[in-house]
Design a protein around this ligand. Structure first.
Ligand SMILES: [Zn+2]
Ligand SMILES: [Zn+2]
Length: 1020
């Protein structure tokens, strides 16, 4: 059954907090009605244009791209893109409407319309539309004037008078007025239903969204609500009943639909002209060949063959310009000494390696170029670059300058409704008691509350059920836009003609209306310029090595077989290292015992929530340790999974399994992988599954086996790393461990300056540095820099904590202390005060941190309590400081060591030379409480009591209620496992304590020691 009527005016949930259906839900309904086309006209945006087009094509529905704008006089106008030119004009107009006004208050100026209406079809809109609004206000002449203006702008061929009928009392009259006006002006009519939800039931959610939008409970915004539930997607027959007197209005919808032909594959507009004019392919080849002899001094033949293959593919898909662009950005950063590393699938490519974009040799690690790029790939390859976090902004600015403001935009993120935000917003709209909302928002896991608790709130079952249903329905709906962490979209044509731009929440920033998936699907170029604090730490470490040892280290040239690195890995001695320092990683390391770089690659890919949840990690370790035979679900998988002992570890393996067992083409297999990693709809996955099982059966694989393999793929792919990404991360992990092993003082110093980063707080880093023989010295007003620095020479290098570690001082305060410091150093407290004019509370923090303990080698050690007293007597105002003061002779108890230590923790978060547990040690020893040293000697099954400073407390959602603690004492770290019932029994102790005593049983396995806690004990 096919109908003549096409809906041209529909809002999806991307009409933020107004439309109440996903684009897919609208399309599904359209398909049910047999509608051959559907127009999407969200307010001031093309957010859903790509997603809608793809989903429409999948359903055999012709997509029409449009938008509804609000003009500066608050009247609405619907614009549909008829041609490519029209699409560009629409983007441009929407960008103007967004950028000319405050965020969230887009309005289109009439003045922007001239010269930008070509290829656009205008419909006169709803009751707030350009015609209906003046007519409803009784201003017929006003309506005539608007019509004349629109006609002059769009021409009679591109202007339709829109009829809507929602069974409101005055709709008959309004429709008749509009039709009369059309007749008088000889303009055509068109019917629409201003759709806001797919089915009638959707009206309730639409009302709730309106209430959320107005930040009011439903009952307080009656005037903003549509009075009935007629704004659903109707069939032609339903509309004919309402607008039967104007059959041409219905017939015109299909005509307009047929006229609108826009292709949203924008790839042709993607690549900016290469850095230098000329033949991009030849230039790329020359660059790669020049680098070839450096990286492959021997064994050049294989490299040359791979290079030839990749260049051929790159040439065929016309992406040489893209590689040159990335190369130019990377080279620019390197020239300025900015640390940069490529990650992600780009590391599969020898071209990326030769251009210096990535630093992992794809040949040596047997990486799969096809995961990155193939001639079948329909989307742009994805290159992610990590930069030193302090200098990333310079690179972004460079990109803007190099390619022009109008050609570069930040990719956005849709912040969507999740459980908690839904509970809060919907609860507020329904005016439920705040206490009940809070209670539900805090309850984890499933929806719902115990019945008895619900009763106490006096909410009817009906309201409650409706509430939960609405919360469920709103899941995944976009709520607002934010900026993607580092995604830049770079285009050849001006961006505002490709995708609408709008203001970001961050002042002065502009985002495009598409997120990274949309950018990818549109065939545009996206570059992720991310910031990585580890690279700042590495950067500083290298600079300090240069300064203090006179050596310049080329990390790219490091051999990957240094025993010192593997020794540390096997002992799980990895605090401060990139990616392998977490507790889960450490536990895995002692089982994995990495012996070579590839082991580290597997480790990085494997110890992730996905594989852990998918139950792949333990079988892998058992196999590696020879405790379980290596088996394959089916012999077809053997060659693919041999390198990982029959377990799926890498995304590349998903692709290859899909190709070999499911008989997917490389392009299809990559589509499958992407669908899995984007958590695509269940129906879509079901289609892939069917296809996979059929392909497997065709080769004689049993259906049950094929299903089993597909389950494994699906369970894995959503979280998996690609091997190249894991290899890039493993290389950074290796570099950090290498630097830590050979230049520990410089490395720990770099890490302390890059904080906050990694898994551990700075105080754990400080203790770890000491355990590796690096002395750490406290903050000192005369010896500290603003950041941490190295003191002494050669092997005796020590870290001096930087003034920035003093609480509240910050970069500005720390720099002030350094800048105001006289050549001979500050001589007295008042000298410091007078010269820096720091606020009193900050001076106090400096004192507590120990910054004035010993002003010079000659002067005696000053007591901190005495200094704070002295500060009080100064009657110190930042401005006027009466000096000097005579001693007042008050006798003060000097601070004890314990007080000083606590003061340092309080002020700087670290204790440079001491450890909190020292303060408890005497008592603990008397009570026969063990230490990390005694624990290291304990036997499996032995009952122990230990105590330590809580370094890490974790309750991962994947751990089924288990909690994990890392305790630290003067000598090292201790791992504690707390079972759910033990945790529940002493919740307060487990959650609240900073110093924790634990009684439990030692578990020794694979060289790892854990204490299985039986109870928590008080230490103080
Ligand atoms: Zn409207
Ligand atoms: Zn509308």
């Amino acid at each position: 059954m096919s109908s003549e009527y096409v809906e041209l005016h529909a809002h999806s949930c991307f009409s933020l907090l107004d439309g109440a259906a996903t684009p897919e839900a609208l399309l599904d309904r359209a398909a049910e009605l047999g509608m051959g086309a559907l127009g999407l006209t969200d307010h001031h945006g093309l957010y859903a244009a790509i997603r809608f087009s793809i989903a429409a094509q999948e359903r055999g529905i012709h997509p029409i791209i449009g938008a509804e704008v609000t003009l500066e006089d608050e009247r609405h106008l619907v614009l549909l893109a008829e041609t490519q030119q029209g699409y560009r004009n629409l983007c441009w107009l929407l960008s103007r409407a967004q950028l000319d006004h405050e965020k969230g208050a887009a309005r289109l100026a009439w003045a922007h319309l001239p010269n930008h209406t070509q290829g656009l079809i205008a419909l006169t809109g709803c009751r707030q539309g350009v015609l209906a609004a003046p007519l409803l206000a009784g201003d017929r002449d006003g309506a005539r004037r608007q019509l004349a203006e629109l006609r002059a702008l769009f021409g009679a061929e591109h202007l339709y008078i829109e009829l809507q009928h929602h069974l409101r009392p005055d709709d008959d009259a309004l429709v008749a007025d509009l039709a009369a006006l059309a007749h008088e002006a000889s303009l055509p009519l068109v019917a629409s239903n201003n759709v806001h939800y797919a089915r009638r039931e959707g009206y309730r959610l639409q009302q709730v969204l309106t209430a959320i939008c107005h930040n009011q409970p439903l009952r307080a915004c009656r005037n903003q609500l549509y009075p009935n539930s007629e704004l659903y997607l109707k069939s032609g027959a339903e509309l004919a009943e309402l607008l039967g007197a104007y059959p041409e209005a219905l017939a015109h919808t299909a005509e307009i639909a047929a006229r609108c032909q826009v292709d949203l594959n924008l790839r042709a507009l993607a690549i900016p002209p290469a850095a230098d004019a000329g033949d991009a392919d030849a230039r790329l080849r020359a660059l790669c060949e020049a680098a070839l002899s450096r990286w492959y001094p021997t064994g050049e033949a294989a490299a040359r063959a791979q290079l030839r293959h990749e260049l051929q593919v790159i040439g065929q898909v016309q992406l040489a310009g893209y590689f040159l662009m990335v190369w130019e950005i990377v080279a620019w950063a390197r020239e300025r000494g900015i640390q940069v590393r490529g990650r992600g699938s780009a590391a599969n490519s020898i071209v990326a390696y030769l251009l210096g974009i990535t630093n992992v040799d794809p040949l040596e690690h047997n990486l799969l170029f096809e995961r990155f790029l193939s001639t079948e790939t329909r989307t742009m390859p994805d290159i992610d670059l990590d930069f030193c976090s302090r200098r990333r902004e310079e690179v972004i600015q460079h990109v803007y300058e190099r390619y022009g403001e109008r050609h570069v935009g930040m990719v956005c993120n849709y912040v969507t409704y999740r459980q908690r935000s839904a509970i809060r917003d919907v609860g507020k709209a329904l005016a439920l008691p705040q206490e009940l909302i809070d209670r539900l928002a805090k309850s984890q896991g499933k929806w719902g509350l115990p019945a008895e608790e619900l009763e106490s709130f006096a909410v009817s079952t009906q309201t409650w059920e409706q509430y939960l249903a609405l919360c469920e329905a709103i899941q995944g709906y976009p709520r607002h836009l934010s900026i993607h962490v580092g995604g830049l979209c770079i285009t050849a044509a001006p961006l505002d003609e490709i995708v609408p731009l709008e203001r970001a929440t961050m002042p002065g920033r502009v985002v495009i209306q598409w997120d990274k998936d949309n950018v990818e699907d549109a065939g545009l170029i996206k570059l992720d310029l991310l910031s990585l604090r580890t690279l700042s730490a590495i950067d500083e470490c290298l600079t300090m090595i240069q300064t203090h040892y006179g050596k310049s280290i080329d990390l790219d040239a490091l051999p990957l077989d240094d025993p010192a690195v593997y020794d540390a890995l096997q002992r799980a001695d990895t605090v401060g290292a990139f990616q392998v320092e977490s507790r889960a990683q450490q536990q895995a390391l002692v089982q994995m015992k990495p012996r070579e770089f590839n082991d580290l690659v597997i480790e990085v890919a494997l110890i992730r929530p996905g594989p852990l949840q998918g139950g792949m990690v333990h079988p892998f370790f058992r196999r590696r340790q020879g405790l379980e035979p290596v088996t394959h679900v089916h012999p077809l998988l053997a060659p693919i999974l041999a390198e990982t002992m029959g377990i799926i570890v890498f995304q590349e393996q998903v692709i290859r399994v899909a190709m070999v067992m499911g008989q997917f083409s490389a392009g299809e297999a990559d589509l499958l992988r992407r669908a899995m990693s984007r958590h695509r709809a269940e129906e879509e996955m079901a289609r892939f599954r069917e296809r996979f099982v059929a392909g497997a059966q065709a080769q004689g694989v049993a259906a049950a086996t094929a299903h089993e393999v597909f389950d494994k793929l699906a369970g894995f792919a959503s979280y998996g790393f690609c091997k190249s990404h894991a290899a890039a991360f493993a290389k950074t992990a290796y570099d950090t461990l290498w630097l830590r092993a050979h230049y520990p003082a410089a490395y720990y110093c770099g890490v302390l300056n890059a904080e906050p980063m990694g898994f551990y707080a700075p105080r754990v880093i400080v203790s770890d540095a000491r355990r590796h023989g690096v002395a750490v010295r406290p903050v000192h007003v005369n010896l500290s820099g603003a950041i941490c620095t190295l003191e002494g020479g050669g092997e005796g290098l020590a870290i001096r904590l930087g003034l920035q570690y003093v609480d509240g001082l910050g970069e500005t305060g720390a720099e002030r202390v350094v800048a105001a410091r006289p050549a001979g150093g500050y001589v007295e407290l008042e000298d410091l005060c007078r010269r820096t004019r720091l606020p009193r509370r900050l001076v106090e923090q400096v004192i507590l941190a120990g910054g004035l303990d010993e002003l010079s080698a000659a002067s005696p050690r000053r007591d901190r309590r005495g200094l704070i007293w002295e500060l009080g007597r100064l009657r110190y105002h930042e401005e006027a400081l009466p000096l000097p003061l005579a001693p007042d002779g008050v006798a003060l108890e000097p601070m004890t060591y314990a007080e000083e230590l606590l003061a340092e923790y309080g002020s700087t978060g670290v204790a440079a030379e001491g450890h909190l547990m020292e303060l408890h040690r005497e008592r603990l020893t008397r009570a026969r409480i063990g230490t990390s040293q005694t624990l290291a000697r304990a036997q499996h099954g032995e009952r122990v009591r230990v105590a330590g400073f809580v370094a890490v407390r974790q309750q991962p959602p994947t751990a089924k209620g288990f909690a994990f603690f890392t305790l630290e004492d003067e000598w090292g770290l201790m791992n504690i496992i707390v079972r759910p019932q033990v945790f529940a029994a002493q919740r307060t102790e487990w959650v609240g304590a900073t110093v924790l005593g634990v009684e439990g049983v030692v578990q020794r396995a694979h060289g790892q020691i854990n204490v299985l806690a039986e109870r928590a004990t008080k230490v103080k």
